[in-house]
Design a protein around this ligand. Sequence first.
Ligand code: 5RP
Length: 218
Amino acid sequence: MTQDELKKAAALAALDYIKPGTVLGVGTGSTVNHFIDALTSVKGKIDGAVASSVATAERLKKHGIPVLELNAAGELPLYVDGADEATRHLHLIKGGGGALTREKIVAQASEKFVCIIDESKLVDVLGRFPLPIEVVPMARSLVGRELVKLGGEPVLRQGFSTDNGNIIIDVHNLKILNPVEIEEKLNQIPGVVTNGLFARRPADVLLVASASGVKILR
Ligand code: 5RP
């Protein structure tokens, strides 16, 4: 199976977690795009969705799924999103697509976070994938210096602006042995809007697709 077929298998497995008559939180990325496309089969059963990015909102609308503002929807029963890396403790690195801030907000507002990945993203220690950090543009150099002090190699994502009008710094070579501690440390740097570690609010369920099927980790 190709990686894209595995992404689709994980996405389809997430359909089982949808309860009829609810509003879903929907993440961003190529794995989630399979989930959005599959939502057409249950469209009549859900009241709508809260999107974690402009791209996701557009795709949902294209399929005729009502998109609600988070402030109007309140607490959500379910959030479905992909990840760039995940551990068996359900800690994640996210933000490869640059949507990490809205993703973290919607994840925090949700009762259950179901994360969908293919097996290539399951790791023992987070950090092989460069950690994305959304930064207010005027703080770029300051945040870069602070990241070097923490042992990382910050690289500006060229020509990229987030849905919130900020920049992304991708941090290479961070060995993330204690994700909760590092997430909190990064949150303390002035100018950091959001870092891509999802450890304080990890996933609740991880659906890992491989050639032998979709494994459920809790
Ligand atoms: C976007 C994300 C995505 O979930 C992550 O990048 C995975 O993307 P894909 O499903 O395309 O591999 O965090 O900000």
